[in-house]
Design a protein around this ligand. Structure first.
Ligand code: ADP
Ligand code: MG
Length: 411
């Protein structure tokens, strides 16, 4: 689960990680009074959306088509971006007016962009140098790891491509945390000197503590700035949390912003379905994550594109199957549906009844391919045959993939 920058920075403050003074704002008046309280002479008005690349983003309503296309690529031309430096309260007011209620396109939002309805007003920092720093789990080494680079402000993916040696990594012993010597070595590798080395060490240690104690799955500070006085400050923060650990952090769960999430995925989670929206045309209803993955693979292999990943789980009830089917049919891009069930704990007749009930409620306007195998498969097939549903049946995965792709192509 992701949170907004202003929420992430509130959490960083709790752990003593230095961040500039700042306040969230939900209206233009809020923004101006927040700026007054923070005190000048420089403020930064920052769009709060879950996607990054806001500085180089462009607002749909204020830009030409060419500017929007360039912003979606991450290479904007001249124009008004999602992070604005302001030198007076009037400029704060103007920036807030232009941002609130408008749609920002960045490299991470896709060309449709994201509506901004929250701002963060922050004191302007004295930036001498911009670094990059993140904490994540290195699964291959079974350890939490810090990744840092002296090239901050730019996407780490671009740094990794241009010069992988510019990225330094440090692994953290779970028993002792980040050692002071590890922090100092990293700071020196980043080219820091003087008291910035001491500040960096303490910064890294607090960041690691935040990551571990808050059950984060990703914590990225880009840029991490060194000020003219050699202090280190987190100027931007992306924080996301391990969903399986959220029960330990009620305060974090409350920060969830549903308007930032895919509406279909939110609905699916209410029914306990694992669902991810994709760009293709073949809707999939499958039980088990592994089978769902292979179903997507076979669709691709046969030349089609899946519209979603959907795992109804092992013990799904009829209501969940109905909800799943409705989610799929709601997607206007779907032009064929593939139901692929291997009955184990899940019984094929339950699926068949769920599908029939859903079709009765929402109708069926696209071809439906069904492959049932395992527990009660025979019964499931009988239920479908006895209905007047026009179903294309398949006996194995290969045939099911083939028929679904042909059906989606209108053959
Ligand atoms: P994003 O990564 O979404 O573009 P950032 O928060 O990193 O958003 O802001 C983009 C750039 O704006 C930063 O790289 C930094 O140069 C500048 N910036 C952001 N916050 C401040 C601040 N408080 N003071 C001065 N400059 C800032
Ligand atoms: Mg940033």
């Amino acid at each position: 689960m992701k949170v907004h920058e202003y929420q992430a920075k509130e959490i960083l403050r709790r752990f003593g990680v230095p961040v500039p003074p700042g306040q969230p704002a939900f209206s233009v008046e809020d923004a101006v009074s927040a700026a007054e309280q923070i005190g000048g002479p420089i403020w930064v008005v920052k769009s709060q959306i879950h996607a990054g690349g806001r500085g180089k983003g462009r607002f749909v309503e204020l830009s030409s088509d060419a500017q929007i296309a360039a912003a979606a690529e991450g290479h904007p031309e001249e124009g008004f971006g999602g992070v604005q430096l302001c030198r007076s309260l009037d400029e704060v007011r103007e920036a807030a007016t232009k941002i609130l209620g408008h749609t920002l396109v960045t490299k991470q939002t896709g060309p449709e962009g994201k509506l901004v309805n929250r701002l963060y007003i922050e004191g302007g920092a004295d930036i001498a140098q911009e670094l990059y720093c993140s904490v994540m789990l290195d699964r291959s080494n079974h350890r939490v790891m810090i990744m840092a680079s002296a090239q901050g402000g730019t996407d780490i993916e671009d740094v990794a491509e241009a010069d992988p040696t510019a990225i330094k990594t440090v692994h953290i012993d779970p028993a002792i945390g980040l050692g002071g010597w590890q922090g100092r070595t990293l700071a020196l590798e980043l080219g820091l000197s003087g008291k910035a080395v001491r500040h960096a060490t303490s910064f890294f240690q607090k960041l690691v503590r935040t990551y571990v104690e808050m059950d984060c799955d990703m914590l990225e500070i880009n840029p991490l700035v060194v000020t003219g006085g050699g202090e280190l400050i987190a100027l931007d923060c992306k924080m996301s949390f391990d969903g399986n650990a959220l029960y330990r952090h009620k305060d974090v769960s409350e920060l969830r912003d549903l308007s930032e999430e895919d509406a279909a995925e939110v609905e699916a989670s209410e029914y306990g379905l694992s669902f991810v929206n994709l760009d293709g045309t073949i809707g999939c209803l499958v039980n088990g994550a592994g089978l769902a993955m292979s179903t997507m693979d076979i669709i691709k292999y046969k030349g089609g594109e899946p519209a979603n990943f959907l795992d109804v789980g092992g013990g799904a009830k009829k209501e969940q199957v109905v909800a799943a089917f409705k989610l799929i049919t709601k997607d206007p891009r779907v032009n064929a549906i593939l139901v692929n069930i291997f009955g184990g704990i899940m019984k094929c007749d339950v699926i068949a009844e769920g599908v029939l009930a859903a079709v009765e409620e929402v109708g069926l306007e696209v071809p439906l391919v069904v492959r049932l195998s395992g527990t009660n498969a025979e019964l499931g097939r009988k239920i479908i045959d006895a209905s007047d549903l026009n179903v294309i049946t398949a006996t194995d995965l290969n045939e099911a993939g083939e028929k679904a792709v042909q059906a989606a192509k209108g053959a």
